[in-house]
Design a protein around this ligand. Structure first.
Ligand SMILES: [Zn+2]
Length: 283
């Protein structure tokens, strides 16, 4: 059985809300989509130069500390804005170097990327407690690498939706049942493709829907948030945004509308680290 837990909420709060900003900039186009041409680099540039300052302003207005998952490549390309994020007191998590998919990497290759990401974050005085896989996926070695490098929590998997849990390695068998290993010392704070701005709001030529109405997305996010408030106890709502996506005029207004709604329903805006620190395992 999966080991999971609840979030111990501050007095008067109904649900923990984490706003994650996966600050991929150009790296998502390079690492995930294998696009290196000027238009794609410009989309990354927009995320760093326009989307990120807009988000920082919005978070300041509502006194929210967000969790910025920053690839080393973004730190090395847009160092000053990354320093500004740190200066404003936001959390920063490890997010690979150039948005690599670890699933088919060797142990050595994956460890090298882990070190490159850590070295880049060191340049902005960050020693991350948390990791988010750029592919929202693991290789068979990822969990043990995270344990080896002393991470407290991860936020890349989907074995639960509204509660943190302990991820387990899994032996995959197609001719008999899969076998789970022992629960990790790391706490998983789960993500969801349904709580991600990218699939519905980022247009990718030849794939992805990308141009759905923001109202439709607002209604879905609100519905998940309401369920977490009304049906669950000590739940967390983990939203993933991308500065180059949510930082556009129409999407940032939708995010502000959602923040106002969540505030009116006593959300506790927390970093992933805050959620980890408030995690109480079910007995
Ligand atoms: Zn990313």
């Amino acid at each position: 059985m999966q080991i999971s837990g609840k979030v111990k909420l501050p007095e008067g709060k109904r649900v923990a809300v984490n706003i994650g900003c996966d600050f991929d900039a150009a790296s998502v186009w390079m690492g995930t989509f294998k696009k290196f041409s000027p238009a794609y680099m410009a989309r990354g540039e927009f995320g760093a130069e326009v989307g990120t300052p807009r988000l920082l302003k919005l978070f300041e207005k509502y006194n929210i500390k967000a969790s910025w998952c920053i690839p080393g490549h973004t730190v090395d390309t847009h160092t000053d804005i990354c320093k500004e994020i740190v200066k404003l007191g936001h959390e920063v998590c490890h997010h690979g170097y150039a948005h690599e998919d670890p699933t088919n990497l060797s142990y050595e290759e994956e460890e090298k990327i882990m070190k490159m990401g850590l070295e880049a974050l060191e340049k902005i005085d960050v020693k991350p407690r948390g990791y988010r896989s750029p592919a929202w996926d693991y290789s068979p070695n990822t969990l043990s690498i995270l344990e080896k490098y002393g991470f407290s929590f991860d936020s890349s998997l989907m074995g639960n939706d509204l509660y943190p849990y302990r991820p387990r390695p899994v032996e995959v068998n197609v001719d008999k049942g899969n076998v789970f290993g022992s629960p990790s010392s790391i706490v998983e704070i789960p993500v969801s493709w349904f709580l991600d701005d990218f699939p519905t709001q980022e247009y990718v030529i030849g794939g992805g829907e990308g141009m759905r109405s923001t109202q439709e997305v607002f209604e879905r996010w609100k519905s998940i948030f309401d369920y977490a408030c009304d049906s669950e106890e000590g739940a967390c709502f983990v939203l993933t945004t991308h500065p180059q996506t949510i930082g556009r005029a129409h999407t940032i207004q939708m995010l502000e509308q959602l923040i106002q709604y969540m505030e009116s329903r006593d959300a506790w805006f927390a970093t992933l680290g805050d959620i980890f620190d408030s995690y109480v395992e079910n007995k």
